[in-house]
Structures are given as structure tokens and as C-alpha cells.
Design a protein around this ligand. Structure first.
Ligand code: SAH
Ligand code: SF4
Ligand code: F3S
Length: 473
């Protein structure tokens, strides 16, 4: 057999850590490499190129990278004994923050590149293939998104009706605990037309629900084709006009950037889901100040009041940090109080983790780990109870459910409520992709059981786009 003159397909595996922006980025890296013969594979063991798309937000997250590199090195060494090889890349926020340290500590790594370099990946890889150790952690002047190939999308039966779309990157807020302004750089917004074009392609591929992403997504201020600045509210409205796009979400928002325009859009635009991730981090004004959040607990609650006045069925999720330097028992009780005052549908809780280079790292009143652990446990108990209460509170309500996939048993389908809750119900698979009214009949630990309203069973086709007819009560 003679060898094919064409280069063999190379197999790519990207392991993603961290937030949804990394999930989106990993897909875009795969898109950037596809024209160069790289095909994604399901298992790391089958790959010729493994990219770790890393997260730097907490110490544990970033230490994982070095242990994973160790495993990859062993895999590569074994292959080399048999004449094979493995290319190892490190991308994402650890690459950006600790590129030089990775090069020093982990000689097995062939290339290190930050989140702003993904469009250069094919070129960086070509250099690495020639034997160079490549590091690219610049913040280039050119627009990465304009140089990346279009997002590829194939809607399969089980995945693909919902998609992430990054509209904003970076952060100028500099909360004193956080690495994001250093790893993702200054805040930038993608131009409106670029976002619309990507959303149109996603819609054409069958996507019905978009989640707009940004570290500070509600600070979005993209330019439209006339050079006018457009805020997130108007962007959501323009996206809702794209045929096929029925639901829009966005994450993560800062309380200071909840503008009137955006809040009014929650009142006026049915496609905007009544579920908002709005982290407050702490309920203590003293700690909020030390965190440089630039608002008080009362101001946060006032923002929520404004949102609920516009959209009474709005549910909230949040992020909390316990044990920030200087946090006393009293400060922590204030966090418990704000959680009680808001009543969250869901929340993420973290022990404060020292991040090198941030102001919090050099504060001299660090909190004992045992104290952090105890506070975390108390906070988690409260939040778990609230999550359970919220799940149960939907029993008896009729909610518009996006039917996403076949159910566990034949004759069943699975979907999502406006609050991202998984809902299981009897129904024909031809409903997949439609939004139908479902009466919630019971709540499990993490999901709901529902019944498609009788009308729907008789004539499912009449239910297409019935979302707007469901009241917000
Ligand atoms: N832009 C978002 C947060 C992005 S980071 C915002 O401003 O709300 C996601 C979450 O990680 C944060 O909300 C915070 O709760 C947590 N986090 C960030 N830095 C942390 C640190 N040093 N230690 C513990 N948790 C941290
Ligand atoms: Fe980090 Fe604060 Fe920016 Fe959020 S707003 S990404 S917590 S610096
Ligand atoms: Fe982590 Fe970077 Fe996201 S630090 S949370 S992957 S922006």
C-alpha cells in the first residue's frame, strides 16, 4: 500500500475547565482547527493533540492543570516507546496568568496560549510541529472573533437546541479577590452585526435558545453598523427577532450594570427568560467595600426590587464567597440575612481562595480555613433548602417547556423550564424543538415531572410558539 499524499486526519481532544466562556472557547478552537485537518475525538487517549482549556479563578482549579499535564506526559512517554507521539497545549486563564511558569515547570508542554490568541492557533501549532516551544499570551490588537471561522453547529437529537454565544469579554471592575481582569484583559464588546450573524447561523442550525456570555455581560456596549452604541437590552431584542430564536438568557451580570433599559426589556420581551444570575458575593457592606464591589447590600436588594417590579416571576441565582479577608462572624451573618431576604432559586458558594497578584492576596487579616469551612457549610444548608423550596414551588404551575430530547423511557421527552430546571414528561418525540405548556405535577431532587396540557396532546402542532400565551403569574 502506498501512502496517501494527503495529510492524515489528526485527532483533537480539548479538556475544558472553568466557566461557560471556556466551554464556548473550546468549541471555537475546534472550529479554528477543523480546516487544518483536526477532528474532535471523544477520548483523550485517542488524541494526537490534547488542549487543556484552563481556569485560574481559584487555587484548586489552577493546580489541577499541573497534575493533568503530568498524566499527559506519561501518556506521551509511553507512546514514544512505540514510535508514537502526543502534542500538549495549554490554553485559557492559567495559560494567560502563568504561561512562563508552565513553560518552566512542565517541559512536556508544546504550546501555551491565552484566550485572546485562539484565532492564531493553527499558526502556533505549525510552529510547535516544527519543534519550537510556543508561548503566546499577548493581548493582540486585532479582533479575535473577526479572525475565527464561523461557529459550526450540528443540531443533534440530544444536544444542540441551546447554544452559548460570547458577546463580551474581559472585565474592568477589579474586585479585589478576582483574577479575571488579569486573565481576560480589559472589557470589550463584540460588534452587534457580528453577534447577530453568529446567532443567525445558530438559528439556521436549529438552535432555539441562546445564552449570551460575558464576564460582565450586562456591561455589553457593542457598536452597530451605524456606529451607534447598543446595550444588552437592545441586543436581546434584536436577537429575539431572528426566526427560530425563542429564548434568550445572559450570564454573568454585575448589579451595577442592571440598567433601566435592560430591566424594561425583562418586562417587555417574552423571549428573555425570567431567571437571572446576579452575584452579590457578600451581604456585609464592610466586606463588599473591601471586595471593591462598589455597591451596598441595600443597593443590591433595591436592584432586585426593580427587576421584580418589571418581571414579577423573576427567579434569581447568585455567587457567594465566604471567608474573604477580615470577614467576622457578624459579616457572615449579614450574608446569611441577604440570602434569606432574596430567596435564591440556585446559588454557587465558594471559600475565598488567595489569588496571586490580586489585592486580596496581600490583605493581612486572612480567615482560618476551618472557619471558612464552617461558614460554607451553614451557607450551603440554607441555599440547598432554598433551591428545594424553589423547585417545589413550581409544582402546580403551568410553565413553557422547551422540549429538548427523548426521555428516559419510550414515549417520554425531556426539556427545560424557563428556570433551567429539567422537566420530564410523556410526549411524542416530534415535539423536540418546540416550546409547549407543561403543568408541573411533582418535584424530585434535581428535576421536575410534568404533564403537557391536554390541549397539546390532542393537537401538538397548535402549540408551536405558545410560550407567549402562558401567563407570568
Ligand atoms: N463576573 C462575575 C464573576 C465571575 S467569577 C461577577 O462579577 O459576579 C465566578 C465566581 O467565582 C465569582 O462570582 C465569585 O463568587 C467566585 N470567585 C472569584 N474569585 C474568587 C476567589 N478568589 N475565591 C473564591 N471565589 C472566587
Ligand atoms: Fe471578577 Fe469582579 Fe470582574 Fe466579576 S466583576 S469578573 S468578580 S473582577
Ligand atoms: Fe475561570 Fe477564566 Fe472563566 S479564570 S471562571 S475560565 S474567565
Amino acid at each position: 500500500m502506498t501512502e496517501s499524499p494527503l495529510p492524515a486526519t489528526k485527532k483533537l481532544f480539548i479538556k475544558t475547565y472553568g466557566c461557560q466562556m471556556n466551554v464556548y472557547d473550546s468549541d471555537r478552537m475546534a472550529d479554528a482547527l477543523a480546516p487544518h485537518g483536526y477532528e474532535p475525538v471523544q477520548a483523550m487517549e485517542d488524541a494526537d493533540l490534547v488542549v487543556l482549556n484552563t481556569c485560574h479563578i481559584r487555587e484548586k482549579a489552577s493546580e489541577k492543570v499541573f497534575s493533568e499535564i503530568g498524566r499527559l506526559r506519561e501518556m506521551r512517554d509511553e507512546r514514544r516507546l512505540n514510535g508514537g507521539d502526543l502534542m500538549i497545549g495549554v490554553a485559557g486563564c492559567v495559560a494567560q496568568a502563568e504561561g512562563d511558569e508552565i513553560v518552566r515547570r512542565a517541559p512536556a508542554v508544546n504550546l501555551v496560549f491565552g484566550p485572546q490568541s485562539y484565532h492564531r492557533l493553527p499558526e502556533l501549532l505549525a510552529r510547535a510541529h516544527n519543534g519550537a516551544r510556543v508561548v503566546d499570551t499577548d493581548f493582540p490588537a486585532e479582533d479575535k472573533f473577526a479572525h475565527l471561522p464561523a461557529a459550526k453547529r450540528e443540531v443533534t437529537r440530544s444536544r444542540g437546541l441551546t447554544a452559548f454565544l460570547t458577546v463580551q469579554e474581559g472585565c474592568d471592575k477589579f474586585c479585589s479577590f478576582c483574577v479575571v481582569p488579569y486573565t481576560r484583559g480589559a472589557e470589550t464588546s463584540r460588534p452587534v452585526e457580528q453577534v447577530l450573524r453568529e446567532a443567525e447561523q445558530l438559528a439556521e442550525a436549529g438552535v432555539r435558545e441562546l445564552t449570551l456570555l460575558g464576564q460582565n455581560v450586562n456591561a455589553y456596549h457593542g457598536l452597530d453598523s451605524r456606529g451607534r452604541t447598543v446595550g444588552l437590552g437592545e441586543l436581546c431584542y434584536r436577537l429575539s427577532l431572528i426566526p427560530g430564536i425563542a429564548r434568550i438568557r445572559y450570564t454573568t451580570s454585575h448589579p451595577l450594570d442592571m440598567t433601566d433599559e435592560l430591566i424594561e426589556m425583562h418586562r417587555d420581551l417574552d423571549a428573555l427568560m425570567p431567571y437571572l444570575h446576579l452575584p452579590v458575593q457578600s451581604g456585609s457592606d464592610r466586606i463588599l467595600k473591601a471586595m471593591n464591589r462598589r455597591h451596598t447590600a441595600a443597593e443590591y436588594l433595591a436592584v432586585i426590587d426593580r427587576i421584580k417590579a418589571a418581571r414579577p416571576d423573576m427567579a434569581l441565582s447568585g455567587d457567594f464567597i465566604v471567608g474573604f479577608p477580615g470577614e467576622t462572624d457578624e459579616d457572615f451573618e449579614a450574608t446569611m440575612e441577604i440570602v434569606k431576604a432574596v430567596g435564591y432559586a440556585s446559588a454557587f458558594t465558594f471559600k475565598y481562595s488567595i489569588r496571586p497578584g490580586t489585592p486580596g492576596a496581600t490583605m493581612d487579616n486572612q480567615v482560618d480555613d476551618a472557619v471558612k469551612a464552617e461558614r460554607l457549610q451553614r451557607l450551603n444548608e440554607l441555599i440547598t433548602a432554598q433551591m428545594r423550596d424553589f423547585l417545589r414551588s413550581t409544582v402546580g404551575r403551568t410553565l413553557p417547556v422547551l422540549i429538548e430530547k427523548p426521555g428516559r423511557n419510550p414515549g417520554q421527552v425531556g426539556g427545560r423550564s424557563p428556570y433551567l430546571q429539567a422537566v420530564h414528561m410523556d410526549g411524542p418525540e416530534r415535539l423536540i424543538g418546540q416550546i409547549v405548556p407543561v403543568t408541573i405535577v411533582s418535584a424530585g431532587n434535581n428535576s421536575l415531572a410534568g404533564k403537557i396540557v391536554t390541549d397539546a396532546e390532542r393537537n401538538p402542532d397548535s402549540l408551536i410558539e405558545s410560550q407567549a400565551t402562558v401567563s407570568h403569574a
